[in-house]
Design a protein around this ligand. Structure first.
Ligand code: GAL
Length: 506
């Protein structure tokens, strides 16, 4: 995206020129800056970066309007503004390329305050104009919500949308300096080389004072073209590239470029002093569905492929995770029975195989039979075990479920949707992948989610959000934060969470 920067003019030159050439106050310049050239953050939209579209140069096709930014009908774009910005104006309409049944409502927000909303628009309705004074705001969010139909095919246009300014030429502000040390959910997250991190469906393991994040490298697309990528960090914000620690080429042929290697996770076994990477290996349209195992002497590999198995019952093994309890027992948690039921299976002491003989209720258990859950993330706090999982709608977000138990093998009790506030029914457009303790703040945890971009999977984003659990409680709220910092946990954020949820829970 092109960002316009303006050189700073030394103050003495400015005062000289205004004193000599212009009467005071007459130095005004004015103009407009259109949406496609603005810095946009937290974009949730189907079509990637905003584009200036022309009738002959439109890459999406089917669009008649000039100078539009097109989003899908479940999108949210936050634009950053500068002091000299005055009005945000434009027109909104359902795109001519959308299906006949498409309906959507456009709105503009400042934080939780709605500044403007269109009526519910249908295809072929005339564009609706808007004009807002954005002078007081440093950021506003443009939203589109669908009423019905498929969000991903319902294209919505922000036509001629631009900021006008008077006075100094506006500069769309870059990410404020302080945000470089913040978590910015949904933003592009770059490693030490400036390359976007490729660790989708990932997990984080702490070794000493360093965190290691492994996940799927989707930079070349959906299939396992690359392998499992790993990064290390001392602060969970800045990540150092450790490289591809399990290359696709080291797996059996069917799990390479025609198959998948999904949701890898690493655990450490103190008895063997080895690192065990468990993952979901699949091929032939998710019909192989096996648990893959690779082992390494060091946390950053190289990992060596060992086997692919179905842990118990010969049941399918798909979205998965690992959990190590305080007593050293390790568990695989995964979508089994063709995704209808989650299984939790205790591993043997080596962590390299399921505990044998397998006895339901003793070495393994079914969780929420027939509940259609996947993307499990399990952790423990005090004597309570927690499990977040999504439902099964492929790459599309859905409503998450929380379960709690007093022992890893259950019984697990459904506790509702832990996500809170606008977009919480879509889990803030994410799918769970892992939950880790927030360092230095007992009772605080970090939800790690994937915001999948099915049209460009390598450009899927990471959404990490903090939440607090009162010890022993079966409930908590995960709230949206457009940016946050570990140092705020327990103070600002806790006060904020309390103000939202009197009593601290649902
Ligand atoms: C999701 C799953 C992802 C991936 C995707 C493929 O349901 O959580 O890990 O398998 O389906 O469509």
């Amino acid at each position: 995206m092109v960002r316009v920067r303006y050189a700073k003019i030394p103050i003495f030159l400015l005062s000289l020129s205004s004193a000599l050439i212009l009467p005071v106050g007459a130095m005004a310049t004015s103009g407009t800056m259109d949406l496609s050239s603005m810095e946009v953050k937290n974009g949730i939209q189907q079509w990637g970066e905003p584009k200036a579209l022309t009738s002959n140069g439109n890459p999406q096709g089917g669009l008649a309007f000039h100078n539009a930014v097109v989003t899908n009908a479940n999108s949210r774009l936050t634009i950053l503004l500068h002091k000299s910005c005055q009005t945000l104006a434009g027109r909104v309409a359902i795109d001519p390329g959308a299906p006949a049944s498409a309906t959507a409502q456009f709105s503009i927000w400042k934080g939780d305050t709605r500044l403007w909303a269109s009526p519910m628009l249908h295809k072929n309705d005339n564009p609706v104009p808007f004009s807002l004074n954005v002078g007081p705001y440093r950021e506003v969010t443009l939203k589109v919500d669908r009423q019905s139909g498929t969000a991903f095919t319902c294209r919505c246009d922000w036509l001629d949308t631009a900021v006008t300014y008077k006075g100094r030429v506006p500069e769309v502000v870059d990410r404020p300096e302080s945000w470089k040390r913040d978590f910015v959910p949904g933003a592009v997250w770059r490693d030490n080389n400036g390359v976007p991190i490729q660790a989708h469906g990932g997990g984080v393991l702490k070794v000493g004072n360093t965190w290691f994040w492994v996940g799927e490298d989707k930079s070349k697309g959906y299939n396992n073209f690359v392998g499992v990528h790993e990064y290390s960090s001392r602060d969970l914000i800045h990540w150092h590239d450790e490289g591809v620690v399990l290359p696709a080429s080291s797996l059996p042929e069917e799990f390479r470029s025609t198959g998948v290697c999904e949701r890898p996770k690493i655990i450490y076994n103190p008895l063997t002093k080895l690192y065990f990477m468990w993952m979901h290996l699949d091929a032939h349209r998710y019909t192989v569905s096996e648990a893959g195992l690779a082992i390494a002497p060091k946390v950053n590999g190289p990992f060596k492929y060992v086997a692919a198995i179905r842990p118990v019952n010969n049941s399918t093994f798909r979205d998965m995770n690992v959990f190590v309890d305080k007593d050293g027992s390790a568990y695989l948690i995964y979508a089994a029975e063709n995704n209808a039921t989650l299984y939790i299976v205790r591993l043997d002491r080596s962590y390299g195989a399921p505990h044998r003989p397998e006895v339901e209720g003793v070495t393994w258990a079914r969780i929420a039979p027939g509940g259609w859950h996947e993307a499990p993330a399990m952790w423990r706090y005090g004597s309570t075990y927690y499990l977040i999982a999504s439902h099964t709608t492929g790459w599309s977000p859905n409503t998450a479920s929380l379960f709690t138990a007093k022992s890893p093998l259950g019984p697990w009790v459904y506790q509702g949707n832990p996500f809170n506030g606008p977009d919480s029914h879509e889990t803030f457009y994410t799918q769970s992948t892992c939950v880790i303790p927030a360092p230095g703040h007992p009772g605080w945890f970090i939800y790690m989610g994937d915001r999948w971009n099915p049209a460009d999977l390598g450009n899927s984003r990471y959404v990490w959000l903090p939440f607090h659990i009162t010890k022993g409680s079966n409930h908590f709220d995960v709230d949206w934060h457009s940016h946050w910092n570990l140092k705020d946990l327990g103070t600002t954020l806790k006060a904020y969470v309390k103000s939202l949820t009197p009593g601290g829970s649902h």
